[in-house]
Ligand binder design. Structure first.
Ligand SMILES: NC(=O)c1ccc[n+]([C@@H]2O[C@H](COP(=O)([O-])OP(=O)(O)OC[C@H]3O[C@@H](n4cnc5c(N)ncnc54)[C@H](O)[C@@H]3O)[C@@H](O)[C@H]2O)c1
Length: 320
């Protein structure tokens, strides 16, 4: 089986490739990205392919011969809001090109699309479910919602076998802050653990809908392996997550790393971030996703512990 991951140099793409390669039934994993790619593991089944999905012909080359396409390449929320044209090009036009290229293969490849809770916005019910209408309050959310419909219609026409996953905010992201409006969600855990101050732009009572990177990767793979008849006509899935307030996140950090570390989180309003992040729902009914076998993290302590052990493993790998 030949698998392609777009956005393969990104946070989730690299992790996804690593986990996929643990499966001996996988014949090839192609990591594609406009950015420089690094192999997540040494494996002869891994191919690195640098390509800009906006270049003419790039999409066709990327999906050539693929049985499964995980489409993760995107411009994140803050950047899509700041640069409308770039967001539309990468998040919408490139997705459409990729769907067209997948259609042209003629063998209806599986197409797993990374959507987001950002497709929702006020007015919101207390609990979002499969019937809740999309009402994005950011260009990023609107672009994801457009692509959800595209994937659904290409699936209805049997051009691709699509699966759309609406991710919770994924936390804790390693590295440095990125241009996502939700960047602080990882920052308020990661920076204090690294001995640095972190500014939280929303209040302690603000509720978030979160998932660990490990759970999202597991769910991406689960989505790709589900049979079409298990999914039925409805291909859009709100992925499971956990609802946590910022105050609960800081309390978790204190339990795990101590008072001094937790005290490095300070509060400072950022209206630009608040306007986007406060429009996102924080409570979902995920009965259908759980029935289909998608999984979720037990609690927020677990997300922090995962991050700490991933960082330790990464450090050991880098040691000569
Ligand atoms: N991380 C989260 O919290 C989260 C939440 C909801 C949805 N998502 C979605 O999941 C997917 C993966 O997220 P991530 O956190 O790994 O993002 P990321 O920003 O780390 O990775 C995205 C990758 O897309 C690549 N890319 C951008 N433009 C491209 C182009 N023109 N051609 C080829 N590649 C291009 C970038 O170089 C980057 O490596 C994205 O679609 C994102 O919108 C993520």
């Amino acid at each position: 089986m030949k698998i392609v991951i777009t956005g393969g140099a990104g946070f989730l793409g690299r992790r996804l490739a690593k986990v996929l390669l643990e499966d001996s039934d996988v014949a090839q994993v192609i990591l594609s990205d406009v950015s420089q790619l690094r192999a997540p593991s040494h494996d002869e089944r891994l191919v690195l392919s640098q390509a800009n999905l906006l270049d003419p012909g790039a999409a066709a080359a990327v999906v050539d011969g693929a049985d499964v396409v995980f489409h993760l390449a995107a411009i994140v929320s803050g950047q899509a809001e700041a640069d409308f044209d770039m967001g539309m090009s990468v998040n919408v036009d490139a997705t459409r090109s990729l769907l067209e290229a997948a259609r042209a293969t003629g063998h209806c490849p599986r197409f797993v699309y990374a959507s987001s809770l950002a497709v929702f916005g006020p007015p919101l019910p207390a609990v979002v479910d499969e019937q809740t209408a999309v009402h994005p309050q950011s260009s990023y959310g609107a672009q994801k919602a457009i692509c959800e419909l595209l994937v659904a219609d290409y699936t209805r026409k049997a051009f691709v076998d699509g699966r759309v996953l609406r991710f919770p905010t994924v936390c804790v992201r390693p590295g440095t802050p990125n241009a996502a409006a939700s960047s602080f969600v990882s920052g308020i855990i990661r920076e204090p653990l690294h001995g640095e101050k972190a500014v939280c732009p929303v209040g302690r009572d603000h509720k978030l809908w979160l998932s660990s990177p490990a759970a999202v990767v597991e769910n991406l793979i689960h989505a790709a392996w589900l049979r079409p008849d298990e999914l039925g006509f409805e291909r859009i899935i709100n992925l499971p997550g956990i609802t946590v307030t910022v105050g609960e996140m800081i309390a978790s950090l204190e339990r795990i790393a101590g008072k001094e570390v937790a005290s490095r989180v300070v509060f400072g309003e950022d209206l630009k971030v608040q306007r986007i992040v406060c429009s996102w729902p924080s409570s979902f009914d995920v009965t259908r996703a759980l029935r289909l076998g998608f999984s979720r993290d037990p609690d927020f302590d677990d997300l922090i512990m995962d991050f700490i052990s991933d960082e330790k493993a990464e450090k050991n790998l880098k040691r000569p």
